[in-house]
Design a protein around this ligand. Sequence first.
Ligand code: AMP
Length: 474
Amino acid sequence: MQVDLDKVKDECGVFGIYAPNKDVARLTYFGLYALQHRGQESAGIATSNQNDIQLHKDMGLVTEVFSEDVLAKLKGSIAIGHVRYSTTGSSLLTNAQPLSFRYMRGMVALAHNGNLTNANELRDSLGATGSVFQSTTDSEVIVNLIARYGQNPIEDALMKCMIDIKGAYSLLVMTEDKLIGVRDPYGVRPLCIGKLDGGYIIASESCALDTVGAEFVRDIEPGEIVVIDNKGLRSIKNLCSSRQALCIFEFVYLARPDSNLDGINVVQTRRQFGRQLAKECPIDADIVIPVPDSGIAAAVGYAEETGIPFEEGLMKNRYVGRTFIQPSQEMRDLSVRLKLNPIKSVLEGKRVIMVDDSIVRGTTSKKIVEMLRKAGVKEVHMLVSSPPILHPCYYGIDTSARAELIAAQNDLEAIRQHISADSLHYLSLEGMLASMGKQPDCFCNACFSGKYPIEIPDFKHMGKYIMETEVKHG
Ligand code: AMP
């Protein structure tokens, strides 16, 4: 089966809880609510009452998918939940998670954040020996592998599965009596453990622990399997590797500012990106404005470092979700105007520094610069608190296909002209890595550098492509 890798991407959030005597479905609902930024297309919760697994999932936001009645029916002592955003073509209910299935050892539910890089290969070989698939997600490949290794206890089946699968995965697996968290050997996607009155939680981001009043315990290590059951929590570290490659784009855009990922706070990191940007690109201007929300922390950092006043120049309508915005260019144009409105009294006659976290296709920045000019700015300097995105992500961030990445196809001056800014500056990769406060090789920065920590299937072809784009950007 041919699947275009450029198109297969999911941004997801997972939340799981093992807490007898608690309303696990409702707590999972609140946990997913806190992770809504990781996916707005579908949501689902599965619960286990130690005998059976119940599941409810649908397209839409968490608040749209779960009513009081639905939550009341989801009973049990263990639950896992999932929020998902996918790109064109795979926006289907059959691809919504958690996935649930019965195999020789009973019922299992699974929620996955990340992307496997060898899913097609595995799907082909599983299909050739009789496996059937209902969805187009790579997560279903994991389901099939678990079933295939069903003679073994679930922990051993998962270990075998980890040897087969390649790529990025933060997984939650729920059996009738266990909650299991698995992080891929590179720890590309985050996953952390919390404690709540004797029960345990495993979630994509620490903000979800805060929301349900749980205490942060620790991050799950790359390659670690954490099993929680009536005996407590135990850890299997047979497949832990020495190399970690946490996705740096989580800090740029995806994660919530109040989260800590592998011990690093997101908002402080973004602020540091802004300070670093100020050191690299000092510009003479009257005000610094962020593109809300993801540009706010970096704009604050830039303003702090330069002493140029920080102003709110763009008002965001926070009630515009992604649900009704189809991924077409026309709708993307409209969505910018729906979401953001310039504040003329702040902007008129000013030389403005506008800070955003990233440029992907260039749609947002082009539209905003146009709006700022209409609002009467004298100059607009676009500052981006991450380096140019030159390469697609194969590990679970929707950074769009290569052909759509404006920086992969154009040099700096051409992008500046496209967005009609007076000047355009990006944070350097070195500056970004220096801002992280950890060894640079702890992070995956493939979208900026083209250096993929985990092999991708068409790597030979990609290698040629990467060299060409690197030459272009000097
Ligand atoms: P674009 O308009 O395509 O250049 O996208 C850039 C804007 O989208 C910026 O304002 C970013 O904050 C935001 N952004 C960056 N990465 C993503 C992503 N993976 N999914 C959705 N929005 C993103």
